[in-house]
Structures are given as structure tokens and as C-alpha cells.
Design a protein around this ligand. Structure first.
Ligand SMILES: NC(=O)C1=CN([C@@H]2O[C@H](COP(=O)(O)OP(=O)(O)OC[C@H]3O[C@@H](n4cnc5c(N)ncnc54)[C@H](OP(=O)(O)O)[C@@H]3O)[C@@H](O)[C@H]2O)C=CC1
Ligand SMILES: O=C1CO[C@H](CO)[C@@H](O)[C@@H]1O
Length: 329
């Protein structure tokens, strides 16, 4: 049995706990919170006995095998580093860390310590993505792809009122790219591998974080466009255009309706029978890796490539913001 501790007491940790409850061989024993009363109330809600407010002591206690990091993005790296140093496996919420270097260092440390460091990227483990990959050859040579994730956040109202909620705080690696842009980026990299080049631009909001943005990923013979926003909403489906036809996908974080249209006249509508909470697939994968039933290297490579793309977009956005005109290549 894999004994977990959770870090973070927001709704995503509750959703993670629900996924864990549906997965054999793994359970949550301890809830960590920076605040004892908040931790107790959260643990009670989940029916968990253990509560801790001392992460170092918890990691050294030998009471947990693994930790789920559901804190703001900017806190991930230090918490993961502490866990790895204590010989505890790490499940990181997306994005794993703000920079690729930080994640590469965690991977190296985890290898040296004989533990797993893993990023919970929901769409990478969703059955809809598996189905999409299987359909891909039918559209022939891929030429143009358009993936996006735009959901207006209620927390943007706080920004408009002059506040800086965590999710829009640059000091905590907040913003639309880190929060939502990583989903379409990860889907592209999962399906097509690492791009040859990435260019991007973002729209800055009052907190200094990006509220929305776009990127172009260049591959040999085709192009992927990525859109992301937390301050507006999109009605556009995701699309893969090939020389033989087009695939349309309803939702890139959890594909549930995929439409295939070929120039030959084939029209197919595919419904994916997935659960409401698709975190259970990433939890199952993590448990498999912790048990040593498979290697984490491919998962880690994809996470690293996504973070490299994020960095390229951020670098371009910074150059454009600094007024140096056209982003240098
Ligand atoms: N996979 C998915 O679908 C989703 C993933 N996420 C990811 O989950 C993570 C958490 O996001 P979200 O819930 O919006 O974050 P929050 O800002 O709500 O923080 C999450 C928790 O972290 C703790 N926390 C808050 N501020 C800090 C801080 N400055 N330093 C350390 N800990 C802090 C709090 O727990 P306490 O006070 O009890 O210590 C809080 O409950 C992010 O990485 C995000 O990308 C988020 C939503 C959905
Ligand atoms: O990953 C995510 C998915 O959607 C959420 C909004 O509903 C985001 O805030 C979050 O970080």
C-alpha cells in the first residue's frame, strides 16, 4: 500500500483525494497544511486521521511513502526537493515547476535517491488522448493543428478589484500560461513530440502575470497553434488538420467528443466514455511508477519539453514587453 500525504487544502486536493479513493494500492494517511485548524477541517472532510503542519518532520517520520504537491506553482520545487531528499516519492500538480531546469534537477535528485518524481498532467493519461493518437494516421500528413484552453477565472474579478490572488501572482508562478496553457502544450508534445522551435506572446494584466496568450510550435512540415486565457472564454474546438481530413476535439484536458471528417466522405463521431474525474488515470500511473512496474523517464521527458516550451513563450513575451520589438530567434 502506498501511503500518501497531501500538501494544499484547496479543491484540487479534494479532487485528487477522490481519485485516490478510486485507485487500489494507494491511500492518503496525512494532510499537510500550513494551518492546523484548516488541516484538521480538511482531513475531517476527507475522513483522514493524520494532520501535520511541519513538512520536514512529516517527510522524516517514515509514515508516508509519497507526497502530493497541490500548492501554488511557485512552491512546488522546494517542497518536492525536501521530499526527495527524505526519500519520499513526489506527485506534482501541473505545472511541475516554473522552469525546466528546476524540474531537471528534481529528476536527477529523484534518480539518485531512488524515488519517483511525476507531474500530474491530466490529459496525458486520459483515455480520450489514447483514442486521439490512434485516430491520427487517418488524417494523413498533419499540416496545421490548433489547440487551446481558455476559461475565465472568477479570481480575475479580484484582480479587477485591485487584488493579487495566488493564481494571478507572478511571484507564485501564476498566470494563464502556467495554469492553462500547459494543457494544450502538453497535448501537442504528447502527440507530436518536442517542437523544433516555439514562439509566443502574452497579454499582461494588472498583477504583472499573463492573462492570455498564444504560441506557435514549429515542427518538420507542420505547425501547431496554441491559445490560452484565464480572462476570457473560447467557443472554438480543438482541431488537427491533415492532408486527408480533419479531427475535431471538444476539450483538450479531457477529450470526450472527437469528430473525424475525411475528404473521402467518411464522417465519424466518437464519444469517449470517461469518468467525471479523470485524475484517476494519473493517480493510477503514479502508483504504477512508485511500485516500480514501469519507468518514469518518458513521462518526465514530456514534462520537461512542456516546461521548455513555456520558457520559450515567456522569453518571447518578456522581450516584446521590454519593447525590443520583434522577438529575436
Ligand atoms: N489538475 C487540475 O485540474 C488542477 C490543478 N491545479 C494545480 O494545483 C495547484 C494549486 O492550485 P490552487 O488550488 O489554485 O492554489 P491555491 O492558491 O488555492 O493554493 C493551494 C493550497 O496551497 C496552500 N498555499 C496557499 N498559498 C501558499 C503559499 N504562498 N505557499 C505555500 N502554500 C500555499 C494552501 O493550503 P494551506 O493554507 O492549507 O497550507 C492552499 O489551499 C497549482 O499547481 C495548480 O496549477 C489547480 C486546479 C486544477
Ligand atoms: O488545471 C486547472 C484546470 O482548470 C482550473 C479552472 O477550472 C484551473 O484553475 C486549474 O489550474
Amino acid at each position: 500500500m502506498i501511503r500518501l500525504a497531501t500538501i494544499g487544502t484547496s479543491t484540487i486536493t479534494e479532487k485528487f483525494a477522490d481519485a485516490v479513493a478510486q485507485t487500489p494500492g494507494i491511500r492518503i494517511d496525512v494532510v499537510f497544511s500550513r494551518d492546523a485548524a484548516r488541516g484538521r477541517a480538511f482531513a475531517d472532510r476527507l475522513g483522514i486521521d493524520g494532520v501535520s503542519t511541519d513538512l520536514e518532520a512529516l517527510l522524516a517520520s517514515g509514515e508516508v511513502d509519497a507526497v502530493y504537491v497541490g500548492s501554488p506553482n511557485g512552491a512546488h520545487a522546494a517542497q518536492a526537493e525536501a521530499a526527495i531528499a527524505a526519500g519520499v516519492h513526489v506527485f506534482l500538480e501541473k505545472p511541475a515547476t516554473p522552469t525546466a531546469d528546476e524540474f531537471a534537477r528534481l529528476v536527477e535528485a529523484a534518480q539518485a535517491r531512488g524515488v519517483v518524481v511525476f507531474e500530474g498532467m491530466r490529459n496525458a493519461y486520459d483515455p480520450g488522448m489514447t483514442r486521439l493518437r490512434a485516430l491520427l494516421p487517418q488524417v494523413g500528413t498533419v499540416r496545421l493543428v490548433s489547440f487551446g484552453q481558455s476559461q475565465r477565472s472568477a479570481r480575475y474579478d479580484l484582480v479587477l478589484a485591485g487584488e493579487t490572488p495566488n493564481i494571478f501572482d507572478p511571484a507564485l508562478a501564476g498566470g494563464a500560461l502556467f495554469d492553462l496553457g500547459v494543457y494544450p502544450l502538453s497535448a501537442a508534445i504528447e502527440l507530436f513530440g518536442a517542437p523544433r522551435a516555439v514562439v509566443g506572446a502574452t497579454a499582461t494584466i494588472a498583477t504583472g502575470a499573463d492573462g492570455a496568450g498564444a504560441a506557435v510550435l514549429s515542427y518538420d512540415g507542420f505547425v501547431v497553434q496554441i491559445g490560452f486565457s484565464k480572462i476570457g472564454a473560447s467557443r472554438r474546438p480543438n482541431e488537427i488538420q491533415g492532408e486527408l481530413g480533419t479531427i475535431e476535439i471538444d476539450e483538450i484536458t479531457a477529450p470526450r467528443r472527437i469528430t473525424l471528417d475525411l475528404f473521402s466522405g467518411v464522417h465519424e463521431e466518437i464519444e469517449i466514455d470517461g469518468p467525471d474525474n479523470n485524475m484517476r488515470f494519473e493517480v493510477a500511473r503514479f502508483a504504477q511508477l512508485v511500485r516500480g512496474d514501469d519507468e518514469a523517464s518518458a513521462d518526465q521527458r514530456r514534462s520537461l519539453e512542456v516546461l521548455r516550451a513555456v520558457e520559450a513563450i515567456r522569453a518571447d513575451a518578456e522581450k516584446l514587453r521590454a519593447g525590443s520589438g520583434r522577438a529575436a530567434r
